[in-house]
Design a protein around this ligand. Structure first.
Ligand SMILES: NC(=O)c1ccc[n+]([C@@H]2O[C@H](COP(=O)([O-])OP(=O)(O)OC[C@H]3O[C@@H](n4cnc5c(N)ncnc54)[C@H](OP(=O)(O)O)[C@@H]3O)[C@@H](O)[C@H]2O)c1
Length: 335
């Protein structure tokens, strides 16, 4: 894995806008003009965006990578076909503010999640976004740490706290608890006083315990439906059969929050078991970002960054991430 210590000298592979006016500011971006494997990502010179009303222009220091980046690189999930620059997570410095912005000033350090799904573009040297997609970066963490948090932490927060209304003493099952969303969800659930069980392969159980998990299930050798006591909440990061089988471990009135589209089988099982089954799509969220920053500030939430890659090597980060084995997060470093 590549360290962030060495300054990057970036040389564009492509120039996407030969018609751009001479002298207009440009930037490098991890850009694609076709859907496909990681090789479609090219370091490309593009016009630098300017902030519109209510927006800030951010000089990107680091940008987190999420499975939705791999998915949108390969297929048109929510977005129109390329050209496109992906990346929703960002940590950086405000360079310019658009009309009406009062929350931030040039020079402020911010982190945030660009509006999902239509606001992507952080895998670049600069990005614009609505002010309220951001919050002040906590002083105690660097940009790499901060860039790892937004999308995954907001997902965990919106799922457990806002959707499932997690209360102290409740029992929570978190699938893929060592992954990007899962490892932050474990910490958020513990901070709220829940009893947390996480699924992961056995070598990752020490990691889960360090995060505060009370119990670990090795999904390769154990069946999570063998639970002795029912759960109040399941965070389903896997979908499919796992979602349907998760209904059976919830008490009546319990909540299944899925991050992937639910099947007819899951919905039928939930109705029969009197379980509330919902699918969550993460939203950009100023209050959520402030809540995340507050937890970080109190040392109750930390992203585990297992790899960093310079922007020019973003394709390698995609290839590693889409193996589905990441512990914590991968981050692209820009400056
Ligand atoms: N709806 C939304 O708004 C939303 C938001 C965020 C994420 N998502 C989706 O949620 C999913 C998870 O995202 P993520 O960022 O957490 O992914 P991730 O970081 O790529 O997850 C990797 C982890 O998954 C674990 N894993 C793989 N198969 C598993 C299984 N069968 N049981 C338990 N753990 C397993 C791996 O552990 P091992 O190596 O031990 O297998 C690895 O640590 C993705 O599909 C993503 O697109 C949706």
């Amino acid at each position: 894995m590549t360290s962030t210590d060495t300054p990057q000298t970036l040389v564009p592979q492509d120039s996407a806008d030969p018609a751009a006016p001479k002298g207009a500011p440009v930037m490098l971006a991890l850009h694609q003009t076709a859907l496909g494997g990681p090789e479609v990502l090219r370091l490309t010179e593009l016009p630098r965006p300017a902030p519109g009303p209510g927006e800030i222009l951010v000089a990107v220091h680091a940008a987190g990578l999420n499975p939705t980046d791999f998915k949108h690189r390969a297929m048109s999930v929510f977005l129109p076909p390329p050209p496109q620059t992906l990346g929703w997570d960002v940590s950086g410095t405000v360079v310019e503010t658009g009309f009406g912005v009062t929350l931030f000033r040039p020079g402020d350090e911010v982190f945030g999640m660009l509006p999902y799904p239509y606001g992507a573009g952080s895998h670049a040297e600069y990005v614009t976004g609505p002010t309220r997609a951001f919050a002040a970066k906590p002083a105690g963490i660097d940009h790499v740490q901060a860039a790892a948090l937004p999308l995954a932490a907001l997902t965990a927060w919106q799922a457990l706290v806002e959707t499932a209304d997690l209360r102290a003493g409740q029992r929570v099952l978190i699938h893929a608890a060592a992954g990007g969303v899962g490892h932050l969800a474990v910490q958020i659930a513990k901070e709220r006083g829940a009893h947390v069980t996480g699924t992961a392969s056995a070598p990752k159980h020490d990691f889960l315990r360090e995060l505060g998990a009370d119990a670990c299930i090795d999904y390769r050798s154990e069946d999570f439906t063998d639970a002795e006591e029912p759960y109040d909440i399941v965070l389903d990061t896997l979908g499919g059969e796992t979602a349907t089988r998760s209904v059976g471990v919830l008490r009546p009135g319990g909540v299944l929050v899925s991050l992937l589209p639910s099947s007819k089988d899951t919905r039928a099982a939930a109705e029969k078991a009197q379980v509330r089954a919902v699918v969550l799509l993460v939203e950009h969220d100023h209050a959520g970002m402030r809540a995340v920053a507050e937890l970080v500030g109190r040392d109750r939430l930390r992203a585990h960054v297992s790899g960093t890659f310079p922007l020019a090597e973003g394709a390698r980060a995609h290839a590693l991430g889409e193996t589905g084995r990441t512990t914590g997060k991968l981050v692209i470093t820009v400056r």
